[in-house]
Design a protein around this ligand. Structure first.
Ligand code: PLP
Length: 498
């Protein structure tokens, strides 16, 4: 063991104890600093665990939640006073925590909106967090801000926005919807905004209503507009609602269109919404958290026609670009609107001129210090080029078609929502079973499927009836996984309808 008093530089401290419980005893003056050797060892150990985990992931369960609650209870503890060895902490993480959870990146995880978590994006995070530069203002790290600026510009370009459109990366789609709502409020309403009305369909994500609430609007200021047979907003009903509100002295100001609903992947007629919002002088925001990046594909770009006409767009790279959680984006046609909405004077902030060609992300949104999330998107996009993402997204659209075709061939199965993108909904519908009994049967179907752990699906209510959803968005999900999943569904259907 090195006498800490005699060492001058970190790299000269060679023989840290390998027993992690003694880390903080090695150099009591600098308890949080590790030698290069120690760092190497920690990286190696972490990498091995991750590699083992990823290698076993496809064969493991798509969700393992049976004893998860007990595991969670066991992990409750008070503030640690004594050091714990790194190996023991990795054990806790991988064996007691990660192993007992829903495996969102699993190839047969088809519930909710599956998560990807590209491996190289994790390495980008490692680099970003270990170097820990500040990207909130241009002056502190111009080249790093330029990297994130590129990413935002690329997103604008990929979604068909004009050259001068811009935006910011957020922690996710909910935050992007919130920033969009507040920006629309600031741009379209007076300070006294409580007559302002927001319109969205009955299929929109709950984060839209939450954003309205957080932006200061009582829930009665949010109109839930009916949808058609394909779960797209009824534009005529929307128009009538706007007229009614105007007649009642209200201030319609924002329409939130759904560019791929979470429930069924339904895409509102964005072109028609853009026409209407132009006529009525309303801000049009598209919630493309799930569906937006399908604009990269041929089929998706047809479905999403009109997306580029929206005043602002939410996309979620942690969904549509398979990145790790914590990566959303808000894109706006008029970036000045973002700057105006978030401008405050603070004498400790550098002055920023939006015309200067530089960017201060901290002046375009609510966050000041934050992670360098741009790197997480930049690295994989640069390593592959965008076509790898386009092809992967196109594959997901085809897989949803494949799943639908398989389901159609099963007896007593009804497709409740055809895939407009990569999501569909179905239910079993055997003769003589109706109403609550039919709902109960489908709930049982979902429960049995998920309890077996081979695949993971989720349910929803459509037109008042319970339906089972399939959403294909994992980058590890391919033809054979969909085929396996459909076999599993078929097996369980024959069990529960016997
Ligand atoms: C997932 C989702 C959101 C919320 O995004 P988060 O990244 O989970 O905050 C919003 N809208 C839609 C349509 C979504 O699918």
């Amino acid at each position: 063991m090195v006498d800490s008093k005699s060492t001058t530089g970190e790299d000269k401290e060679q023989s840290f104890e390998t027993d992690g419980s003694r880390y903080s005893e090695v150099n009591p003056d600098r308890p949080l600093e590790f030698s290069r050797e120690k760092r190497d060892e920690m990286i190696r150990k972490s990498a091995k665990r991750v590699q083992d985990h990823l290698e076993r992931l496809p064969e493991g369960p798509a969700a393992n939640l049976d004893h998860a609650h007990q595991k969670a209870e066991q992990l409750r503890e008070s503030v640690p006073r004594e050091p714990t060895a790194y190996d023991d902490l990795l054990d806790t993480l991988f064996e007691d925590a990660i192993a007992h959870s829903a495996a969102n990146p699993h190839p047969k995880f088809l519930a909710y909106v599956p998560g990807g978590g590209l491996f190289h994006a994790a390495l980008a995070d490692f680099v970003a967090n270990a170097t820990n530069r500040y990207v909130g203002t241009w002056v502190e790290a111009p080249a790093l801000v330029a990297i994130e600026t590129n990413v935002v510009k690329w997103f604008c370009d990929l979604l068909g926005y004009p050259e001068d459109a811009f935006g910011l990366l957020t922690s996710g789609g909910s935050m992007a919807n919130l920033v969009a709502t507040i920006t629309a409020r600031e741009e379209r309403l007076a300070d006294d905004f409580l007559d302002g009305v927001i319109y969205t369909s009955d299929q929109s994500h709950h984060s839209v209503a939450k954003a309205a609430l957080l932006a200061g609007f009582p829930s009665e200021n949010v109109r839930s507009i009916a949808t058609d047979d394909e779960f797209r907003i009824d534009v005529d009903a929307l128009e009538s609602a706007i007229e009614e509100d105007r007649d009642a002295g209200k201030d319609p100001f924002l329409v939130v269109g759904t560019a791929g609903s979470t429930n069924t992947g339904a895409v509102d007629d964005l072109d028609a919404l853009a026409d209407l919002c132009n006529r009525e002088d309303l801000w049009l925001h598209a919630d493309g958290a799930y569906g937006g990046f399908f604009a990269l594909t041929e089929k998706g770009s047809e479905q999403l026609d009109g997306l580029d006409r929206c005043d602002s767009i939410t996309v979620d790279p942690h969904k549509g670009l398979f990145l790790p959680y914590g990566t959303g984006a808000l894109l706006v046609r008029d970036v000045e609107a973002l700057a105006r909405t978030h401008s405050v004077d603070a004498n400790y902030l550098p002055d920023w001129d939006p015309e200067s060609g530089t960017v201060d992300f901290s002046q375009l949104g609510p966050e000041q210090s934050r992670d360098f999330r741009g790197l997480r998107a930049w690295l994989p996009l640069k390593m592959h080029g965008v076509d790898a993402f386009r092809d992967t997204l196109a594959e997901k659209l085809e897989l949803a078609e494949q799943a639908t075709d398989c389901l159609r061939q099963l007896e007593n199965v009804e497709i409740v929502a055809e895939p407009q993108l990569s999501t569909l909904a179905f239910r079993v519908n055997p003769p003589g079973v109706e109403g609550e009994a039919l709902d109960a049967l489908n709930e049982e179907l979902l429960e049995v499927i998920n309890s077996r752990g081979r695949i993971h699906l989720s349910g929803t209510t459509l037109d008042g009836e319970f339906a089972v959803r399939i959403c294909v968005l994992g980058y590890r999900t391919h033809r054979e996984h969909v085929a396996d999943s459909l076999e599993e569904i078929e097996r369980v259907i024959s069990e529960v309808t016997r």
